[in-house]
Design a protein around this ligand. Structure first.
Ligand code: ZN
Length: 90
C-alpha cells in the first residue's frame, strides 16, 4: 500500500467561510455548497464507471442509469444553490 491518497476535489469538509450581508456565516449556504460538492464528486465517479464499463465492453445500462441519476442530483444541488442566492442574497 502507498498510504493515504489525497482526496482530489473531494466532497468532504472543505471549510467554506461564507458570510451573508450581516457578516454572519450562512449555515444553509455552507450546507448547500457541501451538498453540491458531494453531488459533483459522485457524478464524477459515476462517469468514470461508465468509461470503465465501455473499455471493458461490459453492459452499460446500469452504469448509465447511475450516471444519469448522479447528474440530476448535481443539477438539483446547483439549482438549490442558485435559489438560495436569489432568496437570501448570499
Ligand atoms: Zn444564505
Amino acid at each position: 500500500m502507498h498510504g493515504r491518497v489525497p482526496l482530489t476535489g473531494g466532497a468532504t469538509a472543505e471549510k467554506f467561510f461564507v458570510y451573508d450581508e450581516c457578516g454572519m456565516v450562512c449555515n444553509e449556504r455552507i450546507r448547500l455548497l457541501d451538498e453540491y460538492a458531494a453531488a459533483t464528486s459522485a457524478y464524477r465517479s459515476a462517469f468514470a464507471k461508465v468509461r470503465q464499463a465501455k473499455e471493458a465492453g461490459a453492459g452499460l445500462s446500469e452504469v448509465l442509469l447511475a450516471s444519469k441519476a448522479a447528474r440530476e442530483t448535481c443539477a438539483k444541488a446547483r439549482l438549490a444553490l442558485r435559489h438560495h442566492k436569489i432568496q437570501h442574497g448570499c
